[in-house]
Design a protein around this ligand. Structure first.
Ligand SMILES: Cc1cc2nc3c(=O)[nH]c(=O)nc-3n(C[C@H](O)[C@H](O)[C@H](O)COP(=O)(O)OP(=O)(O)OC[C@H]3O[C@@H](n4cnc5c(N)ncnc54)[C@H](O)[C@@H]3O)c2cc1C
Length: 449
């Protein structure tokens, strides 16, 4: 660990509360913010981790599926692991299924509330100051520093720092106050934690595809223990005028597979939240502010998974801040290059794959799933190369199998059709994807409280 970076002293006279100034203010105590604060504190930076809610991790808004890769970013917290996943079952709208089973586990399921709390407490133990019930509303540049203002316990809060790491989640407000309007496309998720489910395999999440089932996304059933699972879906408001609750209740009642699993099930808990699925868009460095996690759109648009990349981005942002404070003038700019090197390709690939999937009709999805389900070669490609964190690794093996001369028959026809959609999506990527839908429209979710 490098030595402590010298702290810049700034005199600030207009502060109502929050008299401190810091090297780094991290906004939001989710995975991106928790990891940023932990890393910054361990690097010796005077760090504040600011969270609007009175407790970290609450309200929860996530299924908690986290790839094993992620446990190389954090010291493995074994008590937080609820289940381990090694397989997957992909259901077409007509009930046809393609099952895959890897030889090693892919992901754990964690309790997100506990995970976020654990991360924040590690950051505190490393020296970060945790400021709860503190909602920031604006950021500005002031004499070479960053200044944030907001509220804390009903009073005005203000503070200064050399660097802000903005980890506000899917709907960040601070970039706009610095004059930057971020382009985002949001889908809106709703999930029930349920018990009394007739699960088929405890390590196998089920994915229910189809534009009639979950427009612009998919529905899922993710086992967590015994007969318990998380059952949810997301909806793209551009593709359905109905709220997620309408679609989820329909899946539970009418889906040919899910409805039988859930016949005797009972809801224990509900949660909801938006997911940015446009893929990352510039900028993620705005003067002295670095964006990390959902705030930067660092989410796989296919699956909505963002925890792993949020952890990486939080760590890289803090490391960039430390380099900048240590005297490297390009330290902050390098953040964008660093995270793109680690997972930029995945964001591009999954945004493209999402655009492709969104173009497929339910009949075409039925044919595709039937093709994969009945063809050992496709299945074994997925089992061998499939990695839910790095989904682009599957593209070449699938292409190779689809286009092999000996195989140009019924099975690869569906795959080739999907590829044609992919190419068309690539062609008009900008026009199709770059729709600003950053609002509560048709979501059934109001503005954040
Ligand atoms: C239904 C659903 C299921 C999901 N399932 C999975 C999954 O299984 N696996 C996976 O990898 N991803 C999943 N995701 C995505 C995942 O939740 C996000 O990618 C991840 O939480 C992003 O972390 P973050 O730190 O960027 O933001 P968040 O976790 O959203 O954290 C942001 C924090 O900042 C706080 N905050 C926001 N604004 C301010 C402000 N102005 N001042 C102070 N505090 C502020 C918020 O209260 C919050 O605590 C799911 C998402 C949804 C909606």
């Amino acid at each position: 660990m490098p030595g402590r970076v010298p702290v810049r002293i700034v005199r600030n006279l207009n502060i109502v509360i929050g008299l401190q100034n810091y090297d780094v203010i991290v906004v939001g105590a989710g995975p991106a913010g928790g990891m940023a604060a932990l890393t910054a504190a361990r690097l010796g930076l005077r760090t504040a981790l600011v969270e609007e809610h009175p407790q970290v991790g609450s309200p929860a808004h996530c299924s908690g599926k986290l790839q094993l890769h992620a446990f190389r970013e954090v010291d493995r917290p074994p008590h937080l692991i609820m289940n381990t996943l090694q397989a997957g079952a992909f259901y077409a709208p007509n009930g046809a299924v393609a099952r895959v089973r890897r030889s090693t586990p892919d992901s754990h399921v964690v309790d997100r509330t506990e995970f976020d709390r654990w991360l924040a407490s590690e950051a505190q133990a490393a020296g970060a100051e945790l400021l709860l019930s503190t909602r920031l509303r604006a950021a500005e540049h002031e004499n070479g520093m960053m200044r944030v203002t907001g509220e804390r316990g009903g009073r005005t809060f203000a503070s200064t720092s050399s660097v802000i790491i903005d980890a506000e989640g899917a709907r960040p407000v601070l970039p706009a106050t610095l004059g930057v309007r971020l382009l985002r496309r949001l889908v809106f998720g709703l999930q029930y934690q349920m018990t009394g489910i007739d699960l088929e395999e405890p390590d196998c999440p089920e994915i229910y595809l189809g534009s009639s089932i979950s427009p612009g996304f998919f529905a899922w059933l993710m086992p967590i223990s015994g007969r318990r699972a998380r059952v949810g879906l997301c909806v793209d408001p551009d593709l359905s005028g109905r709220a997620p609750i309408y679609h989820l209740d329909r899946v539970m009642r009418e889906h040919p597979v899910a409805s039988t699993r859930l016949r005797h099930a009972r809801i224990e808990r509900k949660l909801a939240g938006p997911i940015p699925v446009l893929g990352a868009r510039r900028p993620t460095v705005i003067g002295g502010m670095l964006l990390a996690g959902d705030a930067a759109g660092q989410v796989k648009a296919t699956s909505g998974g963002g925890i792993y990349f949020s952890l990486i981005a939080g760590r890289l942002a803090a490391q960039s801040a430390a380099r900048y404070l240590g005297g490297e003038s390009r330290g902050l700019e390098d953040y964008e290059r660093a995270w793109r090197r680690r997972f930029g390709r995945e964001l591009k690939f999954t945004a493209f794959a999402r655009a492709t999937l969104n173009r497929m009709t339910d009949d075409e999805i039925n044919a595709l799933i039937a093709a994969i389900g009945s063809d050992d070669s496709f299945r074994s490609a997925i089992e061998e190369h499939g990695d839910t964190a790095f989904q682009s690794r599957l593209l070449l093996p699938l292409l190779r199998r689809s286009l092999h001369p000996s195989r140009l028959g019924a099975a690869s026809g569906a795959m080739v059709k999907a590829l044609r959609y992919g190419l068309r999506a690539l062609w008009d990527d900008g026009a199709h994807l770059a729709t600003q839908t950053d609002g509560p429209r048709a979501s059934g979710l109001g503005p954040r409280k």
